[in-house]
Structure formats: structure tokens, C-alpha cells
Design a protein. Structure first.
Length: 170
């Protein structure tokens, strides 16, 4: 009796595995619904913030910390989407430094919000004898800023900003 049960279970497992394989492969076929294709995945986009950090005399500042603390994804209600939260915050905690001429570039790859994406950046003199006051900026990207997207890849958006840090001594 035990041997029959094991053979039955073994055969059932093989049959179910085969059935699941067939169902899995058939669900990946192209199904055309008004010109669109059903796919698995998550929409994503590239957001790039670049610019230059200067002093009061427009001289580029080297080694200034470019600290991205968070990215907010703003959701708005549409006819086909009712969000459970208006803002979804993604904690980033990413730090880089400006180049010799004060230039910086920050890349964020993430899910685009259906309204806007805000990148919060703080600019801070991280040297031992800090000479400049910290400053911050919020860079906003809208869906219309994304270019070159196709299917799940919604595109790339770039914004340039200029930051002028004040000298602590003045």
C-alpha cells in the first residue's frame, strides 16, 4: 500500500509539474489587446540630476558632498488608478563629491510616479575645516520629462541645476 501511494504521489507531482510548465509558457505568449502586449515586469525610469557647485565668485568647489537623502514618488488619482498613499518615499542615503571644477552628476533608477518624482539633495562642505554653509535643493521630474521609453522602460529624464554656497566667514 505504501509503495502504491508513493508511486501515485510521484506520478501526480510529475503531472502537476508538466501542467504548470505548460501554463507558465503559454502565459508568456504575445497576446494582442488593441495593439499592446501583456508582459511581466515593473515599470522603471532613469532620473539624472547634474550641475555645478560654486562659491560667491562662481569658482567651482571641489570635494563638496552631494548627499541624496530620499526620493518621493507622488501619486495622484486617475480614472484607472486610486493610490493608497499620496506620496511614497524611498530612503536613498547616497553621497558623492563634486569634481575639481565643482561638477556633479547623480543617477537614480526607479519606478516613475504617476504624477511626479522629487529628488532631495543636500550640498555640504565635508572637509575638516568646512568653509561653506550647507544648502539643499529639491529637483522635480514629471512624467512628461521622460524621453525614449518603450514598454516597461519609461525613459530617461535629465535636469541641470546650479548651487552657490555661501562662505561661513561672510
Amino acid at each position: 500500500m505504501k509503495k502504491i501511494n508513493r508511486e501515485f504521489i510521484k506520478g501526480t507531482n510529475w503531472a502537476l509539474a508538466g501542467l504548470m510548465s505548460l501554463l507558465g509558457f503559454s502565459s508568456c505568449e504575445k497576446i494582442t489587446n488593441g495593439g499592446s502586449t501583456e508582459e511581466y515586469g515593473t515599470p522603471y525610469a532613469e532620473f539624472v540630476v547634474s550641475g555645478k557647485v560654486t562659491d560667491a565668485d562662481d569658482q567651482g568647489l571641489q570635494g563638496i558632498g552631494v548627499i541624496v537623502s530620499k526620493v518621493d514618488h507622488h501619486q495622484r488619482t486617475t480614472s484607472s488608478f486610486i493610490p493608497d498613499r499620496d506620496v511614497i518615499t524611498h530612503e536613498v542615503r547616497d553621497t558623492s563629491r563634486t569634481s575639481a571644477n565643482g561638477a556633479f552628476e547623480y543617477h537614480y533608477n526607479g519606478t516613475p510616479g504617476n504624477d511626479s518624482v522629487n529628488v532631495h539633495i543636500k550640498f555640504e562642505d565635508l572637509s575638516e575645516n568646512a568653509r561653506f554653509e550647507a544648502d539643499s535643493a529639491k529637483v522635480t521630474f514629471f512624467g512628461s520629462d521622460l524621453k525614449g521609453g518603450e514598454r516597461w522602460y519609461k525613459g530617461r529624464a535629465e535636469k541641470k541645476i546650479s548651487i552657490k554656497l555661501k562662505n561661513k566667514g561672510k
